[in-house]
Every structure is written in structure tokens, then in C-alpha cells.
Design a protein around this ligand. Structure first.
Ligand code: KIV
Ligand code: ZN
Length: 555
């Protein structure tokens, strides 16, 4: 068997857990977060982080509120040793933050790791060895007893070294590496053996960390494994149960979430999911998932652009524009029906009510994104999106009939450009097409006598010649229509009309939109003016000018 042949592979083993509890639970609180950006994340980089990059990443993690941070493998790498010393000697570790270091279960590495941490107020010493069948048989050539002996010996060395540095508050952590590919009874057995050495208590617990070193199954299988482990391991009340998921099948976040349902207390991961191969569990995504369900994530993710910036500086990798919660395009709607729904919901969304906006799972402003990106217009967009952009960028509230007229013009423009039409371009299209109050007819001035019945005297320029029009009616607009009809002998009637101020204040500009029937033809126009009456008369002239120009074009 070779080539693209699925028969080369076997399904990952599943756990029989018919009484599983996790499917009917919900997550109601954030887990303890542990960052492994500076270890697993760094280890996965083509070019490991420089000292400056590590410091930058460290400061960001502290700023975000991560309280447990694995800073490296100081026994195996001099730069990581030096970084740990810098943190301690330069007093960079806040009182509520605990550093964590990783080591294999080898004596010289354990001794050196303790030495690297001398003087720390508190530290998590994380020891691991591989436990899966493949690792036992093919890598280490050891049986279960041999692998357990390595773990137990490592646990003893940790205990021995800790006694040499009594001024530090030591916390012990053990990971059965490749847990997900380990037989569950053996995973429990080896962790029990380690815990028996450490003798933790509820007051002084140890951490048992269950890694999906390589993600091999669906997240529900991982949850079953975690629930099996949690319900079979001894001294559960003296263990902080941690999970460390990888993203080989693209489900690291889902697996961690289901593991929380299954009893995990703590989650290890990285910002935006950097890490070995397809990466570690993305802390930002999981935290935002909680946030969007009304659960306090206990991390400050109000400025993900800073996270993206530091992530880019430290990993030299870009963030995908569709990355969950923080990608550049994740709050953007191009489709007309989505834009329409968003616009309607945003109009109805009260400041103090729970968020209920279609297609926007959270308010982008919570994470320092404005509505600028929410609706972007291209050829797939419709009138709702076009109207949204004009309102958002120019304060213009277009009546529906004008939206219907404008949208196809924008669509054609987008097709012509082969892409997005931004706010200024939409505004330009609007004014070019609908604000036609200068030629061939323009308004020079008017006088309105409002003594009961409105009587208007309007001066206009028509094809370069000045005229004075007179008319009367109920309101300035109908008086002007009357005057125009007398002047041109052309039947004009108003179909619809609206106006509003653009911005606040007495000298704010106003805009008027009018839809008229000119000699049996429908025409729309708009006009801006500081004086609302002038704006409405000019809007009528825009409409009649458009109709006249259209006739000239077809003549
Ligand atoms: O993925 C893994 O198994 C690890 C362990 C060292 C915890 O990173
Ligand atoms: Zn890992």
C-alpha cells in the first residue's frame, strides 16, 4: 500500500464511557490559563525568538492577564536559561504571575532547571516523558514498567531538588506526553505513580497535564479520555487537571472546550495558536468563545490588534484575515442580505440590552474594532450595505426608493473596478447621479410669504437665462411645484420627499431627497444646503434636471 491510500491508516482507539457526563454540562467559568508561547510556540519557529522578542512576548502575556507562563527549557538551551535568569534578577515577574519551565525526566536537566530558577518566588516545574504505545515500543524500547520507572524517578528528582531551594514555592507538574495515544488505564497508572511520589494535598496540589501531543481523534474522544482520567485517577482533589491540545485535525480549541466539560481545570495554549506543526490550542479563540457566551474570560482581550502586532514581530507569521474573532475580515459583510440584516439590527440595538445583531456574534467595538470594517461594499452587496456606508461615513439616511436607485449604480461600479467600492466612491456616485441642481436649471434665491397660504417667488437660472417664478400652495415645496408648472407648462408632482440635518448645530447642512413625477416619468433628486427650504427646492430641480438631461440624451 502506498500513495494516497487511506487503508494505510487505522482509526484512533476510543474509550468506552457509556456513563459519560460531559455532554450535558456547560462551561460557566474560565479555566486557569497557562501560556506556552515562549516554549512550545518558540520551539516551533524556524527562527527562534531573540531575547528582545521574548521580552516583548512576556510583557504582552503579563499585560493580558495570563498568570502561568511557561518560559522555556532552560536546562537544554543557554538563551532560555539566560532569559529565566533575567526575569528573576531583573524582578520582571509580578507577584501574581508564576513562571513555568519544562524538562525531561533526566537528572542533570532537572538539577539545571532548579538552578535556573533559584531566587524565584514561585515556579512550576514541568516534567514529562512519553507514554504512548508507539513511543514505548518504537522510540524507547521500554515496556510500561520501564516508562513508569522513568517518570517516578523524575518525580523523585524534582522532590529532591526542591528541598535544596526552600525559599521558592515549588509547584510540580507532570505530563504523560502523547497521552491521547496512550492506553487510558496505563495513563492513569503512570500518573498515579508520579502523584504517589509527590503526595499532593488539596492545599498544595500538583498539576497533571494531559497533552494531545498529536491530535488523533475527534474532540469528543478527547473529552471521553479526560473524563475517564478524571474519574479514575487517585487523589483527584489534590490535582489541578490541565489539558494541552494541539491542532493537527483543526480541533484544538474544540478539544480543550470539551475537556473543560469533562473536568479539566486548566488549559495550556498559545496566543493565536502558534506551536508545533499546526499549532497549539489558541488561547485567544477559546477566551473569546467564552466571552461571547457571557462568561468572563479573565483575560483582557480588548485590543487584539496589539496581540496580532506582537505575534507578528515575534513569530514572523501573519494572522489569517479570517482568524476566529480577530482576523481582519471576521466582522465584515459583503453580501447584501447580511448587510441589510446587520443594519436593521444595529438600528434596533439598545445600549443596555443584551447584544442581538444578526451575523455579528459580538460587538466589534468591544475589541477596539469600529463599524468601518463591518460593511464593505462590492458587487455582491445590496442597497442595505450602500445605505449603511453613507449613513456611517456621511450621516446620510437615504429613503428606500433612493437606495433602490443607487444600489445598481454601485454594483456596476464595483464590477467595473473588479472589487470594493469604498465610502468616498459611493458618495461620489450618489452626488454625480442625484445632486444635479446646477444645470440646466439652478436656484438663485427665493422669497416665501407664509401668511396662511404659502406664496413663493423663486429666481432661477435656466440655460443661462434668469427667470422669476411665482406660485402658491400648502407649504414651500408645493408652492414651488406650482410655480414650476406655471413656468414650464409641465406637470410635476411629488411622489415622496424626505429631509434631515447632517450633523448637529444651527449651521449644520441639511439634505433633501425628492422623488417626483415629471410629465409621467419618475425621477429622483437630492440637494445639500444650510437652509432646509433651499435644499428641498434644489432637490426638485435636481430631479427635473435629471429628467431633462435623460430626454436630451435619448433625443
Ligand atoms: O505537546 C506536548 O505533548 C508537549 C508536552 C511537553 C506537554 O508540549
Ligand atoms: Zn505541545
Amino acid at each position: 500500500m502506498s500513495g494516497f491510500d487511506h487503508r494505510r491508516y487505522r482509526p484512533a482507539p476510543v474509550v468506552s464511557l457509556p456513563q459519560r457526563q460531559w455532554p450535558s454540562r456547560v462551561i460557566t467559568q474560565a479555566p486557569r490559563w497557562a501560556s506556552v508561547d515562549l516554549r512550545d510556540g518558540n520551539q516551533a519557529l524556524l527562527e527562534p525568538m531573540s531575547v528582545a522578542q521574548k521580552r516583548r512576548m512576556w510583557s504582552l502575556l503579563v499585560k493580558l492577564g495570563v498568570k502561568e507562563i511557561e518560559v522555556g527549557f532552560p536546562s537544554a538551551s543557554q538563551p532560555e536559561y539566560d532569559f529565566v535568569r533575567w526575569l528573576i534578577e531583573e524582578k520582571q515577574i509580578p507577584d501574581d504571575v508564576t513562571v513555568q519551565v519544562l524538562m525531561q525526566a533526566r537528572e542533570e536537566l532537572i538539577v539545571k532547571s532548579f538552578e535556573a530558577l533559584r531566587g524565584a518566588r514561585r515556579a512550576i516545574m514541568h516534567v514529562y516523558n512519553s507514554t504512548s504505545t508507539v513511543q514505548r515500543e518504537r522510540v524507547f524500547g521500554q515496556d510500561r514498567a520501564g516508562i513508569t520507572a522513568i517518570a517516578v524517578q523524575g518525580a523523585r528528582w524534582l522532590q529532591r531538588e526542591a528541598v535544596r531551594y526552600p525559599q521558592t514555592d515549588w509547584v510540580f507538574q507532570y505530563s504523560p506526553e502523547s497521552f491521547t495515544s496512550t492506553e487510558m488505564d496505563y495513563a492513569v497508572e503512570i500518573c498515579d505513580a508520579v502523584v504517589d511520589v509527590w503526595q499532593p494535598t488539596p492545599e498544595r496540589p500538583c498539576i497533571i497535564n494531559l497533552p494531545s501531543t498529536v491530535e488523533v481523534s475527534t474532540p469528543n474522544v478527547f473529552a471521553d479520555q479526560v473524563e475517564y482520567f478524571a474519574s479514575h485517577v487517585k487523589r483527584r482533589d489534590s490535582i489541578i487537571l490541565s489539558v494541552h491540545t494541539h491542532n493537527d485535525r483543526g480541533c484544538a480549541v474544540a478539544a480543550a472546550e470539551l475537556a473543560l466539560l469533562a473536568g479539566a481545570d486548566r488549559v495550556e495554549g498559545t496566543l493565536l495558536g502558534n506551536g508545533e506543526r499546526t499549532g497549539n490550542m489558541d488561547i485567544v479563540t477559546l477566551a473569546m468563545n467564552l466571552y461571547s457566551q457571557g462568561v468572563d474570560p479573565r483575560l483582557d482581550l480588548s485590543n487584539p490588534d496589539e496581540i496580532i502586532q506582537v505575534y507578528g514581530e515575534c513569530t514572523r507569521m501573519p494572522v489569517h484575515p479570517r482568524h476566529p474573532w480577530v482576523g481582519e475580515l471576521v466582522y465584515t459583510a459583503f453580501s447584501g442580505s447580511h448587510q441589510d440584516a446587520i443594519r436593521k439590527c444595529l438600528h434596533k440595538q439598545g445600549a443596555d440590552e443584551p447584544w442581538q445583531v444578526a451575523y455579528l456574534p459580538i460587538d466589534p467595538r468591544d475589541i477596539s474594532r469600529d463599524y468601518q470594517a463591518v460593511i464593505r461594499v462590492n458587487s455582491q452587496s445590496g442597497k442595505g450595505g450602500v445605505a449603511f456606508v453613507l449613513e456611517r461615513d456621511y450621516g446620510m439616511v437615504l429613503p428606500r426608493w433612493l437606495q433602490v436607485e443607487l444600489a445598481p449604480l454601485v454594483q456596476r461600479e464595483s464590477e467595473r473596478r473588479g472589487g470594493e467600492v469604498d465610502g468616498p466612491a459611493i458618495y461620489r456616485l450618489f452626488t454625480e447621479h442625484f445632486v444635479r441642481d446646477a444645470t440646466p436649471v439652478s436656484l438663485l434665491g427665493y422669497h416665501l410669504d407664509r401668511d396662511g397660504h404659502d406664496v413663493i417667488e423663486a429666481r432661477i437660472m435656466d440655460d443661462g437665462r434668469e427667470h422669476t417664478l411665482r406660485g402658491s400652495g400648502e407649504g414651500a415645496l408645493s408652492a414651488f411645484i406650482d410655480a414650476w408648472t406655471r413656468y414650464r407648462g409641465q406637470q410635476v408632482s411629488i411622489i415622496d420627499y424626505s429631509e434631515h440635518a447632517l450633523g448637529a448645530g444651527t449651521d449644520a447642512r441639511a439634505i433633501a431627497y425628492v422623488q417626483v413625477n415629471v410629465g409621467g416619468k419618475r425621477s429622483c433628486g437630492a440637494a445639500f444646503n444650510h437652509d432646509i427650504v433651499s435644499a428641498s427646492l434644489q432637490a426638485v430641480l435636481s430631479a427635473v434636471n435629471r429628467e431633462r438631461l435623460a430626454l436630451q440624451r435619448t433625443a
